[in-house]
Design a protein around this ligand. Sequence first.
Ligand SMILES: Nc1ncnc2c1ncn2[C@@H]1O[C@H](COP(=O)(O)OP(=O)(O)OP(=O)(O)O)[C@@H](O)[C@H]1O
Length: 254
Amino acid sequence: MGDDFIVETKNLTKEFKGFVAVSDVNLKVRRHTIHALIGPNGAGKTTCFNLITKFLPLSRGTITLNGRDITNTAPADIARLGMVRSFQISAVFGHLTALENVRVALQRKLGTSFQFWKSDKSLAELNDRAEELLVDVGVQEYRDIPAGELSYGRKRALEIATTLALDPEMLLLDEPMAGMGTEDVARTAELIKRVSKDRTILMVEHNLSVVADLSDTITVLKLGKVLAEGPYSEISQNPEVIEAYMGHGVGSHA
Ligand SMILES: Nc1ncnc2c1ncn2[C@@H]1O[C@H](COP(=O)(O)OP(=O)(O)OP(=O)(O)O)[C@@H](O)[C@H]1O
């Protein structure tokens, strides 16, 4: 019954004033896998992401999440259903410490019930959970440092922690490695691998060696259409994919 797939799109299409940015994209994201969307500039990757998370309205098509039609569901409800987009929903507050940032995210998840906040025990539990999340993403030693003072890579790790605070079943990562140096890329790749356990990850990423290393499945988009799909070993040998990248490196990581 298609239970294997957490997200499915059918004929996902987006037109901007007659220009078709995403055209009849049928995407199936298998549960508990890392799935990457790649393609040359302007291929429609970000637009696809925006459609799936409902940041943009569809021109045509349908989207299901866990078999439930979310084509007309509001973005905030999508997050409540367990699909969370990182680096957008979970902004980091620069003046708050790392720990406070995660605590705010946890509070958002729990709501602001007065009964809950009255109890010191609840607050202590919240702190414990926040510390755990900092450990999970490897920034526990910076817990009392204002987030604005953290390095770029650590800020992103913290952002992932604030996203994980929402306990998502599915995470969408929009170019998680953008602007990072080699060391941060390696650390973030490890982190993504770690948090993908028992979760599903869909990511747009330009760094092909990261994509090759992390992804179970890769969908290659070109001019708004799916050009190829499969594991890296397969798509990197696909002549159409190689041509689409024309010397940009696909195939050199197989
Ligand atoms: N709001 C918009 N209005 C008009 N055209 C748009 C809009 N958003 C995107 N496009 C166009 O749709 C196409 C796909 O853009 P999109 O940003 O989804 O590509 P991408 O694969 O994410 O590219 P990149 O790798 O450069 O980020 C591009 O030609 C872009 O110019």
